[in-house]
Design a protein around this ligand. Structure first.
Ligand SMILES: [Zn+2]
Length: 241
């Protein structure tokens, strides 16, 4: 059993979009695990074996108890029955309380399909007669992370304290990032200002809750809260910080 399961379409997405949350939860003593839907084998840069090594290193940096790859085809993730069964199986096997996945409105087709795939699999994993032969298990609502889209977050997680560790975990994906000596084709992530752009995004969402760095998450439907006081803090209300 794992407390939180982080799901990414490609081996660098967990680090880039929800690495701060993974680090924060691990620091609080929760068990966390990672699932990459693809090995990132169709990436413009890097090889499959490089990306496997980087994924393993990233898991170590984030404090994930495990990281596995479901082997779906990079660039061609589909929300079909076979793929849903794979995700249902992984959910039932690890029995997470929380699942974190890309937001279905993401502009990258692998991300948007992954979001919808995880959303449906999370629900179906609780239906005993559907999917692989394992005891049913339905985690709580999915926390969806944006990558480049501007969203109105349902919540922003303060990741200020772990922020440099998050960026260190992002940087293990060196095959994808800027390298002035590389003669591989240019990509968005390999541009010289990519890391600065990620930092600006997280700084922006952090500013929405009055902290230095924050990660934005969107949830379908309302969240149940027993005690609203810790979550109603706002900029300037330092008494609650
Ligand atoms: Zn991706």
């Amino acid at each position: 059993m794992v407390d939180a399961l982080f799901i990414g379409p490609h081996p660098d997405d967990i680090e880039i979009c929800s690495g701060g949350l993974a680090l924060s939860l691990a620091r609080r003593g929760y068990t966390t695990g990672g699932v990459d839907l693809t090995a990132g084998e169709a990436g413009t840069r890097g090889s499959r074996s490089q990306r496997e090594d980087e994924a393993a290193l990233g898991a170590e940096r984030l404090g994930l108890a495990f990281r596995e790859c479901l082997g779906l085809p990079d660039g061609h993730i589909e929300n079909d029955r076979a793929s849903r069964d794979l995700v249902i199986e992984v959910i039932r096997r690890h029995r997470p309380r929380l699942v974190v996945a890309p937001i279905p409105l993401d502009h990258h087709p692998d991300h948007s399909r992954a979001g919808q795939l995880v959303k449906e699999a999370r629900f179906l994993a609780g239906c005993a007669r559907i999917g692989p032969d394992l005891p049913p298990w339905r985690p709580g609502r999915v926390l969806f992370y944006p990558s480049r889209e501007v969203v109105t977050p349902s919540l922003v997680v303060d990741v200020s304290e772990v922020y440099e560790e998050k960026m260190a975990a992002v940087k293990v994906h060196a095959s994808q990032l800027h390298d002035p000596d590389s003669d591989e084709p240019p990509t968005a992530i390999a541009s010289a200002d990519f890391l600065e752009a990620i930092r600006a995004r997280d700084r922006f969402y952090g500013s929405q809750i009055g902290v230095r760095f924050g990660e934005a998450y969107v949830v379908d439907g309302p969240l149940a809260v027993d005690d609203p006081l810790p979550v109603v803090r706002d900029m300037g209300q330092s008494v609650f910080l």
